[in-house]
Ligand binder design. Structure first.
Ligand code: ZN
Length: 242
C-alpha cells in the first residue's frame, strides 16, 4: 500500500468560480481521485478550507507525515502563509526518505526552495501552447509516455530556471513562443526522492489529461521510499572489532 498526502493551497478554487468549474473538488480532489486505487491510499490537506478560512499548519502533523510515503504539493500565491514549523517538519521527513512531488507553481513554495537552496525563479507568461518532449524514455516516471505531450493552453514557464543542476531531466517543455523549460526534473536529498513537474496552471484542465495523470502516478511509484530513517543523527560511532 502506498500512502499519498496531497497538499493544495485551495485559494483559487474558493475565490474564482472559473477555477472551481474546472476543478469542482479542488485541484487536490482531482489529484486524489485519479491516484486513489486498491494499492494507493490518498489523503488531502489544504491551506484554505472551502469557506475561505486559512490554516497556517494546513492540517499537517508529524504523525500524518510519518504515515505518508509521498507528499504532493500544489501552491501558487500564498506560499508565505504556510508556517515555517510545518515546512521544517516536512523537509525533515523528506531528508529521512519520504518522497515529494512539486507541481507547477510549487517551484516557489518555501519547501521546494529550502530543498533546492536557490531562488527557483523562472520566466513566466500566461497563455501559450506547450509541447512537452520526453527526453528520458527509460526513466521509471516516463513509462507509458510517448515522444511528446501537447497541452493546448498552459502558462509559459521558461528558462532560466534558477535551480541546482538536477540529478536527471525527463522532459523539455517548448512553447509556441519558442521558450524552453526543464519541465520534469528529479533530485535526491539524503534519502528522499524529489520530482518537479511544471504543467498545471489552475485555469486550464491539465490535471484531467490522462498522460499528465500517468506521469504523476509513475512519479508516486518512483518517489515512495525504499529506505526511511525516523530521524537523522550524527552518532559517535563505536569501532567495530574483528
Ligand atoms: Zn500558474
Amino acid at each position: 500500500m502506498t500512502r499519498v498526502t496531497v497538499f493544495n493551497e485551495n485559494y483559487h478554487e474558493v475565490i474564482r468560480p472559473e477555477v472551481r468549474k474546472i476543478y469542482n473538488k479542488g485541484i487536490h480532489g482531482t489529484i486524489a481521485e485519479f491516484l486513489q486505487c486498491d494499492d494507493t491510499e490518498v489523503k488531502t490537506v489544504t491551506l484554505y478550507d472551502d469557506n475561505g478560512k486559512m490554516h497556517p499548519d494546513c492540517g499537517i502533523t508529524n504523525a500524518l507525515l510519518q504515515d505518508t510515503d509521498v507528499i504532493i504539493w500544489w501552491g501558487h500565491c500564498h506560499h508565505e502563509k504556510v508556517s515555517d514549523e510545518v515546512v521544517d517538519m516536512i523537509h525533515n521527513n523528506i531528508l529521512c526518505g519520504m518522497g515529494a512531488i512539486f507541481l507547477h507553481s510549487a517551484h516557489h513554495s518555501k519547501l521546494f526552495k529550502k530543498l533546492m537552496g536557490t531562488t527557483c525563479n523562472l520566466n513566466w507568461r500566461d497563455g501559450e501552447k506547450e509541447r512537452l518532449w520526453n527526453i528520458n524514455p527509460s526513466h521509471p516516471i516516463m513509462q507509458g509516455i510517448g515522444d511528446y505531450i501537447d497541452i493546448p493552453e498552459e502558462e509559459m514557464y521558461g528558462e532560466r530556471f534558477q535551480i541546482p543542476k538536477p540529478d536527471d531531466i525527463l522532459m523539455l517543455g517548448t512553447y509556441s513562443s519558442h521558450e524552453v523549460f526543464r519541465s520534469a526534473c528529479v533530485w535526491q536529498r539524503v534519502y528522499g526522492k524529489i520530482f518537479y513537474f511544471q504543467p498545471g496552471h489552475e485555469t486550464y484542465p491539465i490535471y484531467h489529461m490522462e498522460e499528465i495523470q500517468r506521469i504523476i502516478k509513475n512519479a508516486v511509484n518512483w518517489a515512495k521510499p525504499l529506505y526511511r530513517e525516523r530521524e537523522l543523527i550524527c552518532p559517535d560511532f563505536p569501532k567495530i572489532e574483528l
